[in-house]
Design a protein around this ligand. Structure first.
Ligand code: COA
Length: 379
């Protein structure tokens, strides 16, 4: 039997930090409300576009796995904040990496995009369609955030991480999963102004979006979807909660995570958290947390993981994942982001004023030009 082992991992976090105190300078909110209701203390705002975050994270993941970009058969780009719709973002990442032998596809299931992408790539490896895949979870939400709406502006952040999957005979990678979607409730989490249904996007300025967001109903559905899918994934994998070494959940709200862990019968000391420092990075949340669990020595070699997640759509899923015996990178990459010369608050203030933070006017058809990552020798 062929498995899809996770053999490489890398993250790329934009350096500009937006604190709760920064948000309180332009929103009617405060650190106490945000911390108590969500557990979030700060989040990141990117000075580069999503594909650039993905390029750096991917170069690091490839180096970690000890393979070259030309070894890839498949790139899956999980995101709901693509730089462009046509051509797709995965092809943009492919050309930046020099992954000329890879098929390239985008997956958009909002916050669950990385995990739906992981299922897609795993299935293609297990059925022999491809042997080596890169799966990315990346979000550049800040340009289309409604920064005037305190209900949503405090919750989200930018970020990226990527993993390399390779065909393996050893039991490894995704062992079982359950995916689902409460499509009847899709309208309770919607970004109005993003997409062709709202007119031609090329002329829409940054900040010209309105978020429909029924927080309490989303909360209930998230607890239900993550809880039910976790139980089903464990059953399908023939595992019990006691077998799980670490839960690496989607991190939208600390209270949701606590409910899900309690329902699964797993203590919070077996849950890996990043929500306090990054907020909800949508598709990037779970892979960034996976990478940080490895960096902080929380990932046991050969350990069993559970990754419940929830997102717009309303999509949900849980995966039971067997980590490999290696928990350290084979090599590192020196690819890095260009320096960020502005504060997160200054970037956000430009979005609020419907200005491009790079100082360009909105010329409709011009593709966004953001700083590009500095290519090093690695990855
Ligand atoms: C959004 C969320 C944090 C709100 O928490 P809540 O306890 O449900 O709060 P409520 O919506 O009941 O709002 C309570 C009050 O706080 C206010 N409020 C909302 N956002 C606020 C903010 N940032 N600062 C201060 N007050 C705020 C509301 O306006 C409301 O005031 P009112 O009673 O005068 O109308 C919570 O519902 C949540 O996390 N939902 C799920 C989000 C999620 O999972 N998203 C991910 C999808 S992938």
């Amino acid at each position: 039997m062929t498995f899809a082992a996770i053999t490489g991992w890398g993250k790329c976090m934009p350096p500009a930090v937006l604190s709760n105190a920064d948000l309180a300078t332009f929103l009617d909110t405060d650190d106490e409300w945000i911390t108590q209701r969500t557990g979030i203390r700060e989040r990141r705002v990117s000075h580069v576009c999503g594909t650039e975050l993905a390029y750096v994270a991917s170069a690091r993941a490839l180096a970690c796995a000890g393979i070259a970009a030309t070894d890839l058969d498949l790139i899956v780009y999980g995101s709901c904040s693509n730089d462009e719709h046509i051509p797709n973002s995965a092809s943009g990442l492919s050309v930046r990496l020099g992954a000329g032998n890879a098929a390239a596809m985008d997956v958009n299931t909002a916050c669950t995009s990385f995990l739906y992408g992981l299922s897609t790539a795993t299935a293609m490896i297990r059925t022999g369609v491809v042997k080596t895949a890169l799966v990315v979870g990346v979000e550049w939400i800040s340009p289309f955030m409604d920064w005037h709406n305190r209900n949503v502006a405090v919750l989200f952040g930018d970020g990226c991480a990527a993993v390399v999957l390779q065909a393996s005979d050893a039991e490894s990678g995704v062992l079982a999963e359950k995916l689902g979607c409460y499509s009847d409730a899709r309208a309770i989490l919607r970004v109005r102004g993003s997409g062709l249904a709202y007119g031609y996007n090329g002329d829409v300025a940054y900040g010209d979006t309105l978020w429909d967001f029924d927080g309490q109903e989303i909360f209930k559905r998230a607890v239900h979807g993550m809880g039910e899918s976790a139980a089903e994934a464990l059953t399908r994998a023939r595992k019990s909660p006691g077998d799980i070494d670490l839960i690496v959940p989607h991190q939208a709200n600390l209270r949701i995570i606590e409910f899900v862990a309690k329902r699964a019968g797993i203590a919070m000391d077996r849950v890996f958290l990043t929500v306090h420092k990054y907020g909800n990075m949508s598709a990037a949340t779970v892979p960034v947390a996976l990478v940080e669990a490895l960096e902080e020595g929380r990932m046991p070699a050969g350990g069993l993981l559970l990754t419940p997640a929830f997102g717009g759509g309303l999509t949900y899923c849980s995966h039971v994942i067997r980590w490999g015996e290696r928990v350290t990178p084979l090599a590192t990459s020196d690819v890095d982001l260009p320096p960020c010369e502005r504060s997160a608050l200054a970037i956000v203030r430009d979005y609020m004023a419907r200005r491009d933070p790079r100082g360009r006017s909105f010329a409709g058809l011009n593709a966004p030009v953001f700083p590009e990552a500095k290519a090093g020798s690695g990855g």
